[in-house]
Design a protein around this ligand. Structure first.
Ligand SMILES: *Cc1c(COP(=O)(O)O)cnc(C)c1O
Length: 341
């Protein structure tokens, strides 16, 4: 494609930029339309949409990368499609067929190819698929119509000037309830997290750590990322719970830890009172891939892992391997990479 854009790739952050085209599809009378690309970045929806009043909405986040050989590739978009459908099921929205979801992502990347940052810049093209209840409706019930859209924004590397550990504080607030919507990627969980995030930042922490909503003894989420720890005998541990959002990065790291680094892996409870079992800890999600955790403040105690300033060695290896896979530098497991053609 010959189009170009005037963007300083090395100074991109994580903020909205209007790109050329986005995908929109409508569900009505029991079926999805074919969907189309549009230049308009505004939605025109009923004031009575369930998405506005009753939080009937969910979203996804994934990235397109410029690979070493110049190809543009998506990382496991099928997993995002499946997760969006399980979020949709939980709040009574129609599923988007996996092929339709992937096709929408492909169309959006292709149409905005000139916004895909170059290989080596550390920047990437972030895709935001979302599904919302729309149409005239007043009572608390599922919407008469739905809108599925995907837009994209070029974003910079999460850590400018290299990866560094950050500190987190354990909050008393919950982002989700037992048997609630914690495992669905719905906006309501994020609304519930805004105040806790603000208070954590005010105290000088990057974000807060949520404990399990039932007993407040086990680590669940680190802000909007999943937790992992490396024990003193090199086991990769990550918590399980019905109220954790199943991070695709987390499941990819579980695989990388086992199959590429030869570590033992285990999904089990992580007690906030027993952080000394870990020599390394991190948070994982699409935005940063891995955020090394320097220390965790819990009540009056600041627990430091490897170091507050230096990235721990296994965390670094996990990061380098997974990023290498996303950029086409390290051979990917079968089915993880979707080339945009
Ligand atoms: C999206 C999200 C994550 C990370 O999931 P990835 O698929 O790895 O990006 C973790 N926790 C919460 C609460 C999330 O919403």
């Amino acid at each position: 494609m010959s189009k170009t854009v005037d963007i300083d790739w090395s100074n991109l952050g994580f903020s909205y930029i209007k790109t050329d085209l986005r995908y929109v599809s409508i569900w009505k009378d029991g079926k999805w339309d074919d969907g189309k690309l549009t230049e308009d970045n505004r939605l025109y929806i009923s004031e009575a949409s369930t998405a506005i009043h009753y939080g009937q909405q969910c979203f996804e986040g994934l990235k397109a990368y410029r690979a070493k050989n110049g190809d543009i590739q998506l990382f496991r978009p099928d997993e995002n499609a499946k997760r969006m459908n399980s979020s949709a099921d939980r709040i009574l929205m129609p599923e988007v067929p996996v092929e339709k979801f992937i096709d929408a992502c492909m169309q959006v990347v292709k149409a905005n190819e000139h916004f895909v940052p170059p290989y080596g810049s550390g920047a990437s093209l972030y895709l935001r698929p979302f599904l919302i209840g729309v149409g005239d409706n007043l009572g608390v019930k599922t919407a008469p119509e739905f809108l599925f859209s995907v837009f994209c924004v070029p974003v910079g590397p999460y850590f400018k000037g290299g990866m560094t550990p950050v500190n987190f504080v354990v909050t008393d607030f919950d982002r989700a309830a037992p048997s609630g919507t914690g495992s669905a990627k719905v906006g309501g969980n994020y609304a519930a997290s805004l105040l806790a995030n603000k208070l954590a930042k005010k105290e000088g922490f990057a974000d807060c750590i949520y404990l399990d909503p039932e007993t407040h003894t086990k680590i669940e989420e680190v802000g909007a990322a999943n937790f992992f720890g490396i024990t003193h005998d090199d086991v990769f541990i990550t918590p399980t719970s019905d109220s954790i959002l199943p991070s695709i990065t987390k499941y990819s790291l579980l695989y990388v830890a086992k199959e590429y680094l030869g570590l033992k892996v285990e999904e089990r409870d992580v007690l906030v009172d027993n952080l000394s079992e870990f020599k390394e800890a991190g948070a994982c999600g699409t935005a940063a891939v891995i955020t090394p955790i320097g220390a965790i403040q819990y009540k009056d105690n600041l627990h430091v892992f490897h170091s507050e300033t230096e990235v721990a060695p296994i965390t670094k290896k996990l990061y380098d391997t997974l990023v290498g896979i996303q950029l086409g530098e390290v051979e990917a497991p079968k089915g993880w990479i979707y080339k945009v053609k």
